[in-house]
Write a protein that binds this ligand. Structure first.
Ligand SMILES: C[S@@+](CC[C@H](N)C(=O)[O-])C[C@H]1O[C@@H](n2cnc3c(N)ncnc32)[C@H](O)[C@@H]1O
Length: 450
């Protein structure tokens, strides 16, 4: 019998490989109603995320054992080989014979004619698995740096080239290494329900150990992987699942009770609801997004958290025409997502170089429009979860250097003064590196209208 965790990981990965599904959605579907215990859920999650994070490295290690290029194999066979190679190389607690056995059984179920081939490849791979790092080092000794890093960190070369151009190799390599590790879980406390200590105590009574987060005032860290959505404290709106880096964005807006606020890119509502909590649920927040389904997601989050001031709206953030100017506007812009590779390991393979310019243009238009709908003296926060200057500093500078926008960039170093390592990196906004505090990578800047 195939271990249940591996079956579910296969189901998610084949949806990504064959149908272009997003991993987070595919895995959620594969695990839904499965009745798996926490251990099997954790195994399925680790295999599915790990195999995608290391995909380019795995393909490179497997290639000498194949007579045809990986791309020419059936998708079912590709997925089985990759997930099995991942376990043999990176999950040392799983015995290789158990992995090989399940690989063959999976092949028998999904591509029976390929079972002998899968068996032969995985048995040969098992011999190489413990030495993968040496094999890689020896074989790539003469390769260009970018080519070597691309195989080692499993990131397309064009992305590494762009990042190294912007930030230099040392900074980027540290970030790439961190983003190939599993992402820690963090929860945001809904202060309207209770203090951080009170919420941690409630979580403890539900069997979940939570400790205060390093950076975010409202954050809690959780050890291991927990299906939080099953907890009463989640269902009753005491906590929200959110990366700790993302929790730093809403406080930058300095929204106060009674203010009129707009969030121009709001779905699924993580930051909108945080702003509403910080405003004590007093005032109004217009929360825009571009598809009806996504607007529904904002509504569900606000309802779960018991927030009355959030008004989810369908609309293009570049064209919003409010009846009166806003006191504050948040632009949490769509981006290449290169700072969240840990949580979205499939993104790096989907992105194309042209995406960067197209997104930078959209980001510019959104931020420019935000300047038009904020009142004089009002503030705008611009944030992304990418590490590329073209989508971050350049967008902010392009808007701020145009006198017709009437905005200037504010120094946010003061907002981060408790963490000297961060406040040195705050011009014209904070770039939060994923390796610094084990958060996702984020950029955030504040502008103010004269
Ligand atoms: C980074 S996500 C926002 C995440 C959200 N702020 C949160 O914290 O949960 C960017 C969002 O922008 C939306 N979007 C893309 N183009 C848009 C546009 N022209 N106007 C408004 N929203 C847009 C996407 O649908 C996506 O939901």
């Amino acid at each position: 019998m195939i271990a249940e965790g591996r079956q579910r990981a296969y189901r998610a990965l084949i949806r990504v490989e064959r149908d272009g599904a997003y991993l987070n959605v595919a895995l959620q579907e594969a695990l839904a109603g499965s009745g798996l215990d926490e251990r099997d859920r954790a195994l399925a999650t680790e295999i599915a995320y790990g195999a995608l994070r290391r995909q380019m490295t795995i393909d490179w290690l497997l290639s000498p054992l194949l007579r045809r290029p990986m791309a020419k194999l059936d998708p079912e066979v590709r997925v089985i080989l990759r997930m099995s190679a991942y376990q043999m190389t990176w999950l040392s607690r799983v015995p290789p014979y158990a992995v090989a056995h399940d690989a063959v059984e999976l092949a028998k179920s999904h591509r029976p004619q390929a079972a002998p081939f899968v068996n032969a490849v995985m048995r040969r791979y098992a011999e190489r698995a413990p030495e993968w790092a040496d094999i890689l080092r020896r074989s790539l000794a003469r390769a260009r740096d970018v080519e070597r890093w691309s195989v080692e960190y499993s990131v397309p070369a064009w992305i590494i080239e762009r990042l190294v151009h912007d930030h230099g190799p040392d900074r980027v390599i540290a970030a790439l290494a961190a983003m190939n590790e599993p992402a820690p879980m963090a929860l945001r406390v809904n202060r309207l329900r209770g203090s951080r200590d009170a919420v941690a105590a409630r979580l403890a009574s539900e069997g979940v150990a939570a400790t205060p987060a390093a950076l975010a005032r409202d954050g809690l860290r959780i050890a291991g992987q927990v299906d939080v959505t099953r907890l009463p404290s989640y269902r009753e709106g005491w906590v929200t699942l959110q990366d700790e880096g993302a929790m730093l964005v809403a406080p930058l807006l300095r929204a106060e009770p009674g203010m009129r606020v707009a969030d121009l890119c709001a779905a699924p509502g993580g930051k909108t609801t945080h702003v509403a909590e910080l405003m004590g649920d007093r005032g109004e927040i217009d929360a825009y997004d571009v598809t009806m389904a996504k607007v529904g997601a904002i509504r569900r989050q606000a309802e779960r958290l018991g927030l009355a001031i959030v008004r989810p709206k369908l609309g293009d953030g570049r064209q919003v025409k409010p009846s009166a100017p806003y006191d504050a506007v948040l632009v949490d812009a769509p981006c290449t997502g290169l700072g969240v590779m840990r949580r979205r390991p499939d993104l790096r393979y989907r992105r194309r170089p042209d995406d960067v310019r197209a997104l930078a243009e959209l980001q510019y238009e959104l931020l420019r429009h935000a300047c038009e709908i904020v009142r004089p003296g009002g503030c705008i926060v611009y944030s992304t979860c990418t590490l590329l200057k073209e989508e971050n500093e350049s967008v902010v500078q392009r808007v701020a250097s145009d006198p017709s926008t009437g905005v200037r960039v504010e120094d946010v170093a003061e907002d981060f003064r408790a963490w000297p390592e961060l406040s040195g990196d705050c011009r014209p906004g904070l770039l939060l590196w994923p390796d610094a505090y084990a958060t996702d990578g984020f950029f955030m800047a504040r502008l103010r209208r004269a």
